[in-house]
Design a protein around this ligand. Structure first.
Ligand SMILES: *Cc1c(COP(=O)(O)O)cnc(C)c1O
Length: 375
């Protein structure tokens, strides 16, 4: 967000509870014992705000951060964050110099890319911190285990590389009985038994949130739980993670109130027609903010502690809510995601209703809604 814009009044806001976020980090920290904690903060820290969440995470004691691309790494460095930062994902030739200059850790997954990085290191006279990425079943990026040893030897022989870690990524780990995860973890551990890795100080890591929650033997030297740290543990998570909770609340203010007669079509396309006379309020948030249009006629919001349905299609900047005989006034607080009184609108439920996942819903919220951090 442009610095200082949160000082101007806007009828919608995302409130981030930094205390809960730090608590989540503490809970995970306890759960993982001696393993290191790398927090993925890609995609604007899952929509929570890259810089603020990264600073809070570092205060709460994470060992390192991970992003998905060079730009995210530079934003963190420009904000003065000195913590180690791993850049997941394939690197492109024209990014290598900046990756090195900004002191970012690079994932290496092919001999070709390693030569490229080595050439640029040589030219700059600088070392590069790298992680070898091994593919154990995602088929996204990563060298196959069969050629991983050879690539490791190659990296080891190069004076310009400081090999920090070796990692892999799980394709599925949401359930403690997940066979795909089990197989990938076994394969990774088997791969690491090769004598070439013996006595070499490398950080071995594979666990995402699912691995962290359900597969203790996948913790190895470091874990990389993203969604878990932002407060979403799945229902099978162990007791030690029970207190993990979301820190993201989306609020707005009622912007309009009216009584609508029976038989009135509401919003674009009249996809909802009132079955009887009712009260309808307008909420100043829309898909232009990242609130998903697929929640049209499906989602609900909280006003004065009561849950009411969204009616009609969600517009770019506004949508309508049917409050029936309920009470609401212009200016009333509306909770779109989170709790109000004894009621709550759960992000998981919204994800299900809009045929999406919590991750996607979170990171679609853009900069038009100010994020307010409560510490
Ligand atoms: C995003 C990502 C993670 C974190 O995934 P969660 O499911 O949010 O825990 C870990 N590792 C890699 C390589 C990732 O891209």
């Amino acid at each position: 967000m442009i610095q200082g814009m949160d000082l101007y009044p806007h009828p919608a806001k995302i409130e981030i509870d930094l205390q809960q976020f730090k608590k989540n980090i503490g809970i995970i920290r306890k759960h993982i014992g001696k393993a290191k904690f790398c927090l993925p903060v890609k995609a604007n820290a899952y929509g929570h705000g890259l810089i603020e969440m990264s600073k809070a995470a570092v205060e709460a004691g994470v060992d390192s951060l991970a992003v998905s691309c060079l730009l995210e790494g530079i934003w963190l460095r420009k904000a003065g964050i000195p913590t180690p930062i791993l850049v997941f994902g394939a690197i492109h030739e024209d990014q290598v110099e900046d990756l090195i200059d900004w002191d970012l850790e690079v994932a290496i997954a092919s001999k070709y890319k390693s030569e490229l990085v080595a050439d640029i290191c040589r030219r700059l006279g600088k070392k590069c911190r790298v992680h070898l990425e091994v593919d154990t079943g995602m088929q996204r990026t990563g060298v196959r285990p069969a050629t991983g040893v050879e690539l490791f030897r190659h990296l080891k022989a190069h004076p310009f590389f400081e090999i920090v870690g070796i990692y892999s990524h799980l394709a599925s780990a949401e359930h403690p009985n997940d066979l795909i995860a089990q197989k990938q973890i076994d394969q990774f551990i088997e791969f690491l038994k090769h004598p070439v890795f013996r006595d070499y100080p490398i950080v071995r890591h594979i666990a995402n949130s699912g691995g962290t929650a359900h597969f203790p033997h996948s913790h190895l030297d470091m874990v990389r739980p993203g969604i878990l740290a932002f407060g979403f543990a799945d229902s099978h998570a162990p007791d030690s993670l029970r207190e993990i909770a979301p820190c993201f609340t989306l609020k707005a203010k009622v912007s309009y109130f009216k009584v609508v007669p029976k038989g009135s079509g509401i919003s674009y396309g009249h996809t909802f027609v009132t079955p009887k006379q009712t009260r309808v309020v307008t909420i100043p948030v829309g898909y232009g903010d990242g609130y998903r249009r697929s929640l049209s006629n499906k989602g609900s919001v909280l006003i004065r502690g009561k849950k009411y349905p969204i009616v009609g299609t969600i517009c770019m900047d506004q949508f309508m809510v049917d409050i029936g005989d309920g009470e609401a006034y212009v200016g009333d607080e509306v909770v779109l995601i989170g709790k109000q009184g004894n009621e709550s609108v759960d992000l998981r439920e919204l994800a299900r209703l809009s045929d999406s996942i919590v991750y996607e819903i979170l990171c679609l919220f853009n900069e038009r809604i100010p994020r307010i951090y409560k510490s």
